[in-house]
Design a protein around this ligand. Structure first.
Ligand SMILES: [Zn+2]
Length: 290
């Protein structure tokens, strides 16, 4: 925990501890199926043996910006663009993965010095994340952390260094180094993105030679078989109960340090950055409950 003063409530708590805010918390608000979300599709490119994932991110980008406005979260244009490209890469990767996976990514960039955190539960299509632009560690290089949780199995973590400040290129490096296969990520313009990933017996030369301009013609030039359509919605599910869980250990250790004599503390959700105000009374009750 790194407590920091905020203008609103005197003291605040932020937790730039990426990579572990995945599952494990019991009480959260469920996804609202009435929220439109975005549709991501996967096709199998026959004879090339390539999995193609495609999505138009516009509505998810809008929801991200609404979330920022709702919680008075200010991000620079550079960081916002970086986040949205990472979100696009994340959706395309997730839709090509099994239903029962929960995934969290942290992309650490040295220049600009920023961490992008993303998390999603494929079961519900909930997807959220945040930008950490304060207290970001100086590291020797850019690093891509991916944590995957599958029911009844231990958490898998992979970590891959990457170059440059483009999340799409970072995902290509992740495929090459962590998944040991070719993955190509394309910005098709107009918030549309695509991922083409190698499957067994893939025509690798064809996949490597693909250009963004080829993608729009693919439905006509190749034989595509629809695999799945999935909906992803901007949704964290954080609420007062979860924030109490997050703060309880810090409060137990040093209540005075947390509240600094005040009656309330502002906490930013570690997953989505939403602002929550927690009272000392509520935290005392949470700790008493054990
Ligand atoms: Zn949240």
């Amino acid at each position: 925990m790194i407590p920091s003063r905020t203008e609103e409530s005197g003291r605040g708590v932020d937790k730039p501890a990426p990579g572990h805010s995945i599952g494990g918390m019991s009480e959260s608000a469920p996804v609202n199926p009435a929220d439109a979300g975005i549709e991501a599709q996967t096709h199998f490119v026959r004879h090339r043996n390539v999995l193609l994932a495609r999505a138009n991110l516009t509505d998810l980008f809008v929801d991200f910006h609404l979330h920022l406005a709702d919680h008075r979260i200010e991000v620079t244009e550079t960081h916002g663009t970086l986040f949205k490209r990472a979100l696009a890469a994340f959706v395309l990767h997730q839709v090509s993965r099994p239903w029962n996976e929960m995934t969290a990514w942290t992309l650490h960039f040295q220049e600009p010095r920023v961490n992008v955190f993303l998390t999603s539960d494929n079961e519900t299509g909930a997807i959220t994340g945040r930008i950490f632009d304060e207290h970001v560690k100086d590291m020797p290089e850019n690093l891509f952390f991916a944590d995957v949780v599958v029911p009844r199995k231990p958490k898998r973590r992979s970590m891959v260094p990457f170059a440059g400040a483009d999340p799409l290129a970072a995902l290509e490096t992740f495929y090459a180094q962590s998944e040991q296969r070719v993955g190509r990520v394309f910005d098709l313009g107009g918030d549309r993105f695509a991922l083409a990933a190698e499957h067994p017996d893939c025509d690798v030369a064809w996949l490597r030679g693909l250009a963004a301009g080829d993608l729009s013609a693919l439905d006509a030039t190749e034989t595509l078989a629809l695999l799945e359509k999935r909906i992803y919605r901007w949704h964290c599910g954080c609420n007062q109960a979860r924030m109490l869980e997050v703060l309880a250990p810090t409060f137990k250790a040093d209540p005075e340090d947390l509240f600094g004599g005040g009656e309330t503390v502002e906490i930013r959700c570690p997953r989505c950055g939403a602002r929550h105000t927690v009272t000392r009374e509520a935290l005392e009750a949470e700790v008493a409950r054990g």
